[in-house]
Ligand binder design. Structure first.
Ligand SMILES: Nc1ncnc2c1ncn2[C@@H]1O[C@H](COP(=O)(O)OP(=O)(O)O)[C@@H](O)[C@H]1O
Ligand SMILES: [Mg+2]
Length: 321
């Protein structure tokens, strides 16, 4: 087996996803970190030429950093599996379970992992049965306030905080811009947390917890990608036993989905200290303002070195397969 610095690494980013820009920034950051350690990196923008390139000249190892459906819903992982290319990150079956928020939340529920109460409905139901009746029934069930989001989204695109029923139609429209099915979820007041998971030769562990204080109600797109707008605290600003419960929930969710190598759980810890999992991301953001690199730094780990170890692990997995 080659040492990882001699493996040519394809850092895959971009695609036509709404999170294209974020992904390109993630890809650039990881590629730079790898090059600083002497690795040979090809930066690829996922497009119609990518498969042809790999079929004529197979990648030695792929690091997929495509966010959103294009990278995280399991289709890209399926293609990498079909092509027998070693890659860092989760296999297709796990991505499929974790990506779609309605599927993921049902799965978490089956594993007794706490996730906010929700209703998910496709656009056709609103059209065929009358939006106002459907929304009234949903509010009867969940109450207000709610968070409305696309089931297949990311970077808080199309996510709205809804305090009164007259705000719901606009929130639904915003969510339907990103996905055919909308998720209406009970709003949880408390502290938002990101828990980054790393699964390397020493097993699965949670990196130091980060609490997130955005300027508004939600950790939205601007709050994520405008440096200085959001306040991060690491370890999370919580009582140690509440932090511990959140870490246990995040680890349980990573395992329940069968994710591997890396992931990031987004949670809210409510004012009683109960953790509520919002989602687990199979391809966590790696931009300058992203949480995963912050968590690695807090653990005293170097981004490039960590990715190289995961590259080595992916190459070994392929040999065993
Ligand atoms: N149920 C909820 N209660 C409180 N805040 C929420 C809830 N759901 C989402 N949010 C807020 O919206 C943001 C985006 O939601 P999330 O489910 O993580 O979707 P995305 O895939 O877009 O990141 C979260 O980071 C959080 O700030
Ligand atoms: Mg999120």
């Amino acid at each position: 087996m080659k040492p990882p610095t001699q493996i040519v690494i394809d850092v895959l980013a971009g695609s036509l996803s709404p999170e294209r820009d974020v992904s390109l920034r993630s890809g650039r950051r990881v590629a730079d970190a790898l090059r600083q350690l002497g690795a040979t990196v090809i930066e690829r923008d996922l497009d119609a030429n990518t498969l042809h390139s790999w079929r004529t000249s197979p990648a030695e190892c792929v690091v997929p950093l495509v966010h959103g459906a294009a990278g995280e819903d399991g289709a890209l992982a399926t293609l990498l599996e079909v092509l027998h290319l070693p890659f860092v990150g989760s296999e297709s079956a796990a991505c499929r379970l974790a990506f779609d928020k309605a599927v993921a939340k049902a799965h978490l529920g089956a594993w007794n992992i706490r996730t906010p109460a929700f209703v998910a409905l496709p656009q056709t139901v609103f059209r065929e049965l009358g939006a106002s009746e459907v929304l009234a029934a949903v509010i009867d069930q969940l109450g207000l306030p709610l968070v409305v989001k696309p089931t297949r989204g990311g970077s808080a695109m199309g996510v709205s905080h809804v305090e009164s029923s007259d705000q719901l139609p606009a929130a639904m429209m915003a969510a339907f811009a990103y996905s055919d099915t909308v998720l209406m979820e009970r709003f949880i007041a408390g502290t938002e947390l990101a828990i980054c998971m790393l699964q390397d030769e020493s097993g699965l562990r949670a990196l130091p917890t980060i609490s997130i204080t955005p300027p508004g109600q939600l950790y939205d797109y601007d709050a994520r990608y405008t440096a200085g707008l959001t306040q991060f605290t690491c370890p999370a600003a919580l009582a140690p036993d509440h932090r511990e419960a959140a870490v246990e929930a995040a680890l349980a969710a990573h395992r329940a989905f069968g994710l591997q190598d890396w992931s990031r759980a987004d949670l809210i810890v409510d004012n009683d200290g109960q953790p509520w999992i919002l989602e687990v991301n199979a391809a966590p953001g790696m931009t300058e303002t992203s949480l995963y690199p912050q968590a690695l730094a807090a653990a005293g780990l170097d981004l490039g070195g960590t990715v190289l170890r995961l590259v080595q692990q992916a190459a070994e997995r392929r040999v065993h397969r």
